[in-house]
Design a protein around this ligand. Structure first.
Ligand code: LLP
Length: 439
């Protein structure tokens, strides 16, 4: 079993006071100390999944582990992940700057994205990112121009044409996708790089097939396409491409219905198919980049909320409202995502279980966090702990309804440290200006 196959952080337990604790910290005490909604990240769980990945892929010596920082990008989490030996996939100036400020070795950073701006590319070169994954023809020419007399190591992002079974919005490797060069466009891109764009040094190919993936075979198919293309390009253009990046995508277990593969299972198929493709297409073993996001950070995170009002619709649903919702976790309303939760101050109580729907506090009927969950008599003041919120929660949070973004704490060995401050009311107005003529 690997850490992504667990719903809860690895240190979760019920303590002697009968309350939930994570990282040795009582969750009710954390809620009292830091307020709610509160994102909590368990350092042991984060390090544990990093180790799972490293162990599982150790059978391939040219592996380079990267973390897709779009899942969660903060100074402290970047530092831990870098400390575990990972590089970073970044997709904006903001992510790039954050990992830079956290002290990451920028040569281990890959800058990726389908419409990087001029300024972001300039920043990427200034900060010395190790690779830029070029997504389209426009960017090839733009980057070549910006590079001036520098040589930039690039990968080409390609669309391998693989459909995987996940939500349509988080599928990216199918043929009609906004990301990357179509397979039929690769040769033209390579010709341009070789003949016109002298500042670009092509190192290999990059693809990503989707997110929250439970199938293992799709990775094998993806590897086969990438190796075949590398072999073909090396042969046709006399190149020596030796890097492939297969993206991220491994799923996590949000509820008991989810059954994600372990890191061992995906590593096994990836390495097996890679080795057989290397033999079949007669290439030297390439550097293999893998850049998971969700499966690295999701399980280590939970969100604490305080329960407020309740409403029993006559002969209908019982709504229990919390002090957060779609602005701190937009995934249920965006993707119909499902989550598991427990009441932190009475996790083991079973005699009063009722089926309720957890409603967010935001002004939208669709702001429902969890439908039909069994909880022990949820009452005002109870602390609800929603599991597996480390990925794509804070990173997708908004200020809808002009509500301040939540704080984040890191827990480990009974210690808790704030790693993101709660926004203040002053923060909310700090970017606003009133033109003089209105005063
Ligand atoms: N590499 C590339 C090029 C990507 O586009 C992505 C995710 C990843 C790696 C990391 O994938 P992961 O291991 O996290 O599945 N907001 C959506 C997920 C969008 C994923 C976009 N790309 C969600 O909340 O489900």
């Amino acid at each position: 079993m690997s850490t992504n196959q667990s719903i809860k952080p690895v240190t979760t337990k019920v303590n002697s006071s009968g309350r939930l604790e994570i990282g040795g910290c009582d969750l009710v005490t954390l809620a009292e100390k830091y307020g709610t909604p509160l994102y909590v990240i368990d350092e042991k769980t984060l390090r544990s999944i990093c180790n799972d990945y490293k162990k599982s892929f150790s059978a391939y010596s040219k592996i380079k582990m990267m973390y897709a920082s779009k899942a969660l990008c903060t100074l402290a989490t970047s530092k831990i992940i870098a400390d575990e030996g990972f590089g970073f996939d970044v997709v904006s100036g903001g992510e790039m700057y954050t990992v830079y400020k956290s002290g990451v070795d920028m040569s281990k950073v890959l800058f990726n994205g389908n419409n990087k701006s001029y300024d972001e590319l300039v920043l990427g070169l200034e900060l010395g990112v190790g690779r830029i994954s070029v997504d389209n023809f426009f960017e090839l020419s733009l980057l070549n121009e910006i590079a001036k007399d520098k040589t930039v190591d690039i990968l080409l992002r390609i669309t391998p044409g693989i459909e995987c079974h996940t939500h349509e919005y988080i599928q990216t490797g199918h043929l009609d996708s906004k990301f990357g060069f179509d397979l039929t466009q690769i040769d033209e891109a390579v010709e341009l790089i070789l003949n016109e764009y002298n500042n670009l040094n092509l190192r290999g190919l990059h693809a990503h097939i989707g997110s929250q993936i439970f199938e293992t075979s799709v990775y094998g198919d993806e590897i086969e396409i990438l190796v075949k293309e590398i072999a073909r390009l090396n042969e046709k253009f006399g190149l020596n491409l030796d890097e492939i990046n297969i993206g991220g995508g491994l799923g996590v277990k949000y509820t008991g219905a989810d059954n994600p593969p372990s890191t061992d299972e995906i590593a096994k198929i990836i390495i097996e198919r890679l080795n057989s493709a290397i033999e079949k297409y007669k290439i030297n073993p390439p550097v293999l980049y893998i850049e998971p996001g969700r499966s690295i950070i999701s399980t280590s995170g939970v969100t604490l909320y305080t329960i407020g009002s309740s409403k029993q619709v006559p002969k209908g649903t019982k709504y229990v409202a919390i002090d957060g919702g779609m602005a701190d976790n937009p995934r249920p309303s965006m993707y119909g995502a499902e989550y598991s939760a427990q009441i932190a101050n009475k996790p083991d109580e079973t005699s009063t279980l009722q089926k309720v729907t957890i409603a967010g506090r935001f002004c939208e009927s669709g702001d429902i966090l969890i439908k039909n969950i069994n909880l022990p008599n949820p009452e005002e003041g109870d602390i609800l702990c929603v599991f597996n919120t480390g990925a794509y929660n804070y990173s997708m949070a908004s200020n809808y309804n002009r509500v301040q973004k939540s704080a984040m704490v890191l827990v480990n060995n009974s210690q808790s440290d704030i790693i993101v401050n709660r926004e203040t009311l002053e923060d909310l107005v700090s970017h606003d200006l009133i033109p003089n003529r209105l005063i």
